[in-house]
Write a protein that binds this ligand. Sequence first.
Ligand code: CO
Length: 470
Amino acid sequence: MAEQVKKPIKITETVLRDAHQSLIATRMTTEQMLPIIDKMDKVGYHAVECWGGATFDASLRFLKEDPWDRLRKLRAGFKNTKLQMLFRGQNILGYRHYADDVVEYFVQKSIANGIDIIRIFDALNDLRNLECAVKAANKEKGHAQIAISYTLGDAYTTEYYVNMAKRIEEMGADSICIKDMAGLLVPYYATELITALKGAVNIPINVHTHYTSGVAGMTYLKCVEAGCDIIDTAMSPFAMGTSQPATEVIVETFKGTPFDSGLNQDQLAEIADYFRPIQENALKTGLLNPKVMGVNIKTLLYQVPGGMLSNLVSQLKEQHAEDKYYEVLKEVPRVRKDFGEPPLVTPSSQIVGTQAVLNVLSGERYKMITKESKAILSGEYGQTVKPFNPEVQKKAIGDKKPITCRPADLLKPELKEIEKEMAQWKQQDEDVLSYALFPQVATEFFKYRQAQQQKVDVTAADTQNGAYPV
Ligand code: CO
């Protein structure tokens, strides 16, 4: 048999971003990351995903850490490895649409502080919402990867994904990611999808999936055999469950084959040894719920991402209506259909989920309609793959004319105004962006930071005065 051409699979490690976002509510601290990054830098990963997504919000809100400072520290430690972030198109890392000047400035500062690859996606797969971020990344000489949110539904055919991929290549993206946030991509369909995509575009294809439904490892096997270039995995202590397949397992799977990643198991074992106590401690404190470590086949039945299922449960608990869980689960696809069948990912997953809960609990569909549902139905988030249900749209926005242009075209530049508003807190340019995304949370953080600095000043002064023994 003729020797097959070698095509090593490239591995992107997610333990510093998606893995802990998916398993421990994004609570890994910079202090927990730093001691191991020197070893991680020597592995030969294609990239380490370490920033963006929920890490920004969680750093400021819960960890009282400056996310920009984390990025700079990671950059200083990762001397040979590309750093990757996740970016929600015109939503940046927040939950509304921002004006183009904020998007451009955020991209510029992300790259200036150390990001190499920006993975950009839109919850509705409306490519117009990615234009600004992609152009900015190109301008700053960053690698712009556009991610297609993967989902199931009548409209989401292989042809749909191939068309999207061609348009993405034309837009100037450097690579394409199939972003399967709910673990819905199954192995044999992956063969068909990746083969079709490889036949349609020349830029590299990256597959990102979650282990939630249990098929992810097999899906990666089929993706790699079909020619996919990059896959995302997580070090074993923070792998599987709602996270990614384990890095070590995937590396072993392709060892000695034409797809051999070349990564060394001894080096990986040392890194796993470092993360294991952090995982065990998270289990002890309850931060890591053993439930999210297992396989949840309901995700395939209801096509709802794992994170959304747990959100629904907590919303129902608050309302003392846990018995309505299955009714709500059945309502989710109906609301999704009324809303033009969008993929369910931040922020569309929250909007559809909350509306489904309201529809069930109020006893009448669309008796109450949230502000966000109205915004989706008036086109403020962009265009959905299918039309909205006209009756539901009418109920939500009346005779108001829906938006059909790129939503950000209607937004005036806002950076200057924001800078003025937060001037008293500004210690670095990047603070303006933290405030732009999360005004209240950032202000709380700035107050905390100032208090800490004053404390340090007082201690230093006292020491100089000889108040403390040296
Ligand atoms: Co993910």
